[in-house]
Design a protein around this ligand. Structure first.
Ligand code: BTN
Length: 234
């Protein structure tokens, strides 16, 4: 995609900035967000000038509203592939769209789609990638940066360029859905989960095309979850 890349020093949130100023196919990168948004009501911690906080505006004409989880698959896989060339340990996707190394979160994704009927008119894909931050101060449970994993500073511009190229490649490929499932965190073995009914032990058996997570619990019962209906426990 022919992204117009705009760098700004500071804004409240790059997702908000694109909603107000975005046109065409665009990427906005901010050195600092005064009100970076995480999922739900969470905020996104990112030290000024140390990380990548950016949002992409795309117009995915071949993806219908029902297929919108495909955007999550493409972005998650592209991030994993990009990061894997910098990081020795396996980079995985914690359902639905957190990027993890081991049990720690290195990158968060906030996708906001604008639909008209069955069509996605705009998709704003916000990405917060922990690059060179040395320590995290917020109460985010388990953040980690590339620097903390590798002991080396990464060039943020080069990393962004790598990611944008990989995003194009994954978007054009036929394998994003399969690659997403192959990269899934805790996809084999039994783990503790929690839903509205409490904690249970279970094994992830799949992710449906629309993004629902499937877990078989210890009694053999299949459980099916939308985003936020189940969480992973230690
Ligand atoms: C999450 O909670 O995991 C999602 C975090 C998304 C953070 C990014 S940083 C760039 C973009 N702008 C925002 O305000 N949020 C996203």
């Amino acid at each position: 995609m022919d992204f117009k890349v705009v760098h700004i020093d500071e804004t409240d949130s790059t997702n908000h900035w694109l909603k107000a100023h975005g046109e065409g196919t665009m990427v906005v990168v901010a050195d600092y967000q005064t009100a970076g948004k995480g999922c739900g009501s969470n905020s996104w911690e990112s030290e000024r000038g140390r990380n990548l906080t950016f949002s992409m505006l795309i117009h995915p004409d071949r993806i219908t509203a029902k297929e919108q989880f495909h955007i999550t698959e493409v972005v998650s896989v592209a991030l994993c592939r990009t990061l894997q060339s910098y990081i020795y340990n396996k980079v995985e996707i914690k359902w639905p769209n957190d990027i993890y190394v081991g049990d720690r979160k290195i990158c968060g994704i906030l996708i906001e789609n604008r639909l008209q009927g069955n069509v996605i008119v705009d998709s704003i894909i916000g990405i917060g990638l922990n690059v060179n931050q040395l320590a995290f101060l917020s109460d985010a449970p388990n953040p980690v940066s590339m620097y903390q994993l590798t002991g080396q500073e990464a060039d943020r511009e080069a990393l962004l360029a790598d990611f944008l190229q990989t995003f194009d490649e994954v978007m054009a490929s036929e394998t994003a859905a399969q690659d997403y499932r192959q990269r899934l965190y805790r996809s084999s073995g039994s783990y503790t989960f929690e839903d509205a009914g409490g904690r249970f032990e279970g094994t992830i058996t799949g992710v449906e095309a629309d993004g629902h997570l499937l877990i078989r619990d210890e009694t053999g019962r299949m459980r099916r979850y939308a985003f936020k209906e189940v969480s992973f426990k230690v």
